[in-house]
Design a protein around this ligand. Structure first.
Ligand code: APR
Length: 182
């Protein structure tokens, strides 16, 4: 369900409350771990829906550093590609967590642009098992995407913040409002 839409240049920024594995977009972002070999949460849901070929491709990537991301095919997902981002585990805020989380959002945009993908959906990276405070994470997510798109639209037409709860959507809406996007 689309909760909100804002615009930055020619790019629509949307907040949805949905299961990200159901979205028909060019790329969905996975909240992965450094091994890229699957896990629980949204990682588990994406691998379950994509099927075993996703894990087989992930196994060829040699893992991924925290704060970065790597791209694979989407296989049985509606999405054409999966961008596996590795968010930081929250350690109280003094271990560069916000910069590392911003790196996930930034790298995912760069990978989408490099692969000419024009629609991308993010889950609320690090706000589940990695315990990142959801309000702080939403501000980092929206702030990073908004500033990256303002400086270089990268041919991206749609960015969806795919929230798994109304509470998560509210945090993203607050971030939109704080940034003057609505
Ligand atoms: N669609 C959209 N969002 C989802 C879905 C889904 N199907 N399932 C969970 N989420 C939401 C959670 O509610 C949370 O807001 O994704 C956000 C991220 O939560 P996690 O999946 O727990 O990811 P994260 O906190 O980044 O922890 C990553 O968990 O699953 C393991 O392998 C993963 O080790 C890694 C760690």
């Amino acid at each position: 369900m689309t909760e909100l839409i804002a615009e930055i240049g020619k790019t629509l920024l949307e907040i949805h409350v949905a299961d990200i594995t159901t979205l028909d977009v060019d790329a969905i972002v996975n909240a992965a771990n450094r091994s890229l070999l699957g896990g629980g949460g949204v990682d588990g849901a994406i691998h379950r829906t994509a099927g075993p070929e996703l894990l087989a491709e992930c196994a060829t990537l040699g893992g991924c550093d925290t704060g970065s991301a790597k791209i694979t095919g989407g296989y049985r997902l509606k999405a054409r590609a999966v961008i596996h981002a590795v968010g930081p585990v929250w350690q109280g805020g003094g271990a560069d967590e916000e910069a590392l989380l911003a790196g996930c959002y930034r790298t995912a945009l760069e990978l989408a642009a490099a692969h000419r993908l024009s629609s991308i959906a993010y889950p609320a990276i690090s706000t589940g098992i990695y315990r990142f405070p959801a309000d702080v994470a939403a501000r980092v997510a929206v702030g990073t995407v908004a500033s990256e798109l303002a400086s270089a639209p990268r041919g991206i037409a749609r960015v969806i913040f795919c929230c798994f709860s109304a509470g998560s959507a509210e945090h993203h809406k607050d971030a939109f409002a704080e940034l003057g996007l609505i």
